[in-house]
Design a protein around this ligand. Sequence first.
Ligand SMILES: [Zn+2]
Length: 501
Amino acid sequence: MARIGVAGFQHETNTFSTVPTTYEDFARADGWPALIRGSAMYAALEGINLPASGFIAAANRARHELVPLLWCSATPAGRVTRDAFERIAGQLCRLLADARPLDALYLDLHGAMVAEHLADGEGELLRRLQQVAGPALPIVCSLDFHANISEAMVDRSAAMTAYRSYPHVDMRESGERAAALLDRILARGPLVKALRKLPFLIPLTWQCTLIDPAASLFRELASMEGGAVADLSFAPGFPPADVPECGPSVLAYAADQRSADRAADRLAAAVSEAEGDFAGKVWQPREAVREAMRLAPPTGRPAILADSQDNPGAGGHSDTVGLIEALIAERTEGAVVGLLCDPAAAATAHAAGEGAEIDIALGEGSRLPGHRPLAARFRVERLGDGRFDATGPFYAGNRMQLGPMALLSTSGVRIAVSSRKQQAADQAMFRHLGVEPREQRIMALKSSVHFRADFEPISSAVLIVAAPGANPVDHRELPYRHLRPGMRLMPKGPAFGGNSA
Ligand SMILES: [Zn+2]
């Protein structure tokens, strides 16, 4: 039995986003729980698809004594403010100091946090925690699939293990795996490590583990574990982050250096060989709408349009209207769009009431260059308070708190509007407003990949669309300045700092 501190501080930072991530964004609940301290963590995290939930359950089964410190997350957006990072890191360090003596510390981290004053948020957080706890305390972390792993993060922890699925249906399982790794370290001593960074960025859309090459690569990863190799991770990375550590990584932990190096080299070679296969068709909005109309039956089994570039899960504002305009221009019927985050529109709809008509400019909050809101007359079809339980595999078991919501319609297109940003990856988000997704002809979802877990099984087709948004599928559109020299901006594409950057 060991005495283990448990904490989490999750953020995925899109450094190109103009919207900073504040302390308030971490403090309040959204699609995930609010900032929580101490034993309140148990009730808030129980039964949810989150790494800390899995770790706590596994560590309890192993009869460890847990000391819950603090857990928080914020929706992906721009850099974490200095104020937010310093306040949360400061609280965590104080709680850790008060919790001593400890035998180990578990951290539920994302691995792609960038603050206003720090390029490597997790590397700095780990440095400070080590300073408080001393270098001998084993720190084991779970990381998101999209972690941009730094050498500092690896150096300053005993082990890290990343999710293996995108959609991330295995977050809880990853926390359980972190618990097993920690048990092994406590029982048999420290593991040695090998980190390999790959020289090309992979668009989020083509990182999906339901399709190749990622599906095959993760099968290969699993087959390489066992014996001396304790744990392997392939983190494909979070591309819209202008930092030197941006990009895919392979990470191996083993009993001896030779085994760690050999496993890391073999997995990295398999990823490199697959470089050109991380690709697929990206549709322009109007051609995508026409194709969706052709593929989808009039009712039942909707065609899914993935509005990937405005995906709030990648730091999009979730309020661009380019795809809505294409649906109107193509005179579609039976199309539903969501979730469009516009608190002012939701408030106006609530003030007017169901059945009313309102003249508003939808999507005004976005400060995306060249983006114009959609000025039109909308009918308020349905209102909701934004509180409901998620039912799909990604947000499994979670209580959503998305603020006032409204279903608006204009020119035959219905739009699910929320007051807080959350990726459209759960059918309950639409049922909350009286829309049964499987009965629609077209569902346009602001999501890159996570929607697939709950929506692909009911769909007739999935089309990836390049409509306006802060998360371009083609990274050549992003004004990078701080990547590692030679990094290819796209698989088999031009190199940063090379002749065509
Ligand atoms: Zn992720």
